[in-house]
Design a binder for this molecule. Structure first.
Ligand code: ASN
Length: 331
């Protein structure tokens, strides 16, 4: 009998490692409490799909993830992926910023081995806790050859999602992770069922490599709304931001009173990237605002928080707005 695939589980905290005072506490609990060894020991079913080893990388709620956490995690994933005795990698993660970490890894880890990011909406102590099945699904996907070469994946609620496309869309229910383009497939009882493949560049097809990235530049987000003012835009400019994501209304529209402040930032060398606060669709270049004339970039279908990730990674390689726009179309 062939040896089982070796899957390394890198634990970072979140609700999947959370604990509440009683089983009725589905939403009131402390995140990042249960160590990885205990998480794995609580799921003996894992041994039937893979040889699993655990590593505690951080123990934090994901809303507190920083760029330093992203870099450290990315470096560890990259090192493990190069090891011959590792077949797949699972990252347990809080759900609040899970989509940002998954997209970051998708851009910078040069491997065709399966990488799966997973979390849960309820702590393990709650009634109908979702973490155990999500983790079982993550390990079984990471252990399967057919999950390789598809970019970084996310397994939540029986679905296999592209780490690029998926976002957290609701903060209570367990079917929280959705993509407007649909899941790549489903995982049921340890078997994968695929329905589509990612169209954008990722992992082995990426021009970015975590092994070459020592630091990430400052990129922040301003939100568009009625009665918009320029206080935030100006403050980020003064703070020395390298790119500013404008989470605009509708098709990334920008309030008339905010346009001169963004133009002033661009004149200082700051990249201005138009995304949208609406959950779906995509921002069209030169619609709503004359991007060519202002030398602005559009974020394509990336939500503001994902546009921040891509902008940071891209700015490690180029300061040219045309190049930046190419990257936003391709990734
Ligand atoms: N469901 C969760 O994991 C939420 C938690 N605040 C986290 O992201 O760490």
């Amino acid at each position: 009998q062939a040896a089982k695939p070796h899957v390394v589980v890198l634990a970072t905290g979140g609700t999947i490692a959370g604990a509440g005072a009683s089983a009725a506490n589905s939403a009131t609990y402390a995140a990042a409490k249960v160590p990885v060894d205990k998480l794995l020991a609580g799921l003996p079913e894992l041994s039937s799909v893979a040889k699993v080893s655990g590593e505690q990388v951080f123990q934090i709620a994901s809303e507190s993830f920083t760029n330093e956490h992203l870099l450290k995690l990315g470096q560890r994933v990259s090192a493990l992926a190069k090891q011959e005795d590792v077949d797949g990698i699972v990252i347990t993660h809080g759900t609040d910023t899970l989509e940002e970490t998954a997209y970051f890894l998708n851009l910078v880890v040069r491997t065709a081995k399966p990488i799966v990011v997973v979390g849960s909406m309820r702590p393990g102590t709650a009634l109908s806790a979702d973490g155990a099945l999500n983790l079982y699904d993550a390990v079984s996907v990471a252990a399967s050859k057919d999950a390789g070469g598809k970019g970084v994946l996310v397994t939540m609620n029986d679905e296999i999602q592209s780490g690029r496309d998926v976002s957290k869309t609701i903060n209570i229910k367990t079917e929280a992770f959705k993509s407007q383009w649909g899941p790549l497939g489903m995982v049921v009882e340890g078997r994968n069922y695929w329905f589509r493949a990612p169209a954008k560049r990722h992992t082995t097809g990426s021009e970015f490599n975590i092994d070459d990235i020592q630091a990430l530049p400052a990129v922040d987000i301003v939100y568009g709304y009625g009665n918009m003012n320029t206080t935030g835009i100006e403050a980020y400019g003064k703070a020395g931001v390298k790119a500013l994501i404008h989470a605009g209304t509708g098709n990334g529209s920008v309030a008339a009173q905010a346009v001169p402040a963004l133009q002033a930032l661009r004149a200082q060398g700051v990249q201005v990237i138009r995304s949208a606060r609406v959950p779906d669709g995509f921002v069209l270049r030169n619609a709503e605002q004359p991007d060519d004339k202002y030398d602005w970039v559009v974020a394509h279908d990336l939500r503001p928080q994902k546009a921040r990730i891509l902008a940071m990674v891209a700015l490690t390689r180029t300061q040219d707005s045309k190049e930046l726009q190419r990257i936003f179309w391709e990734y």
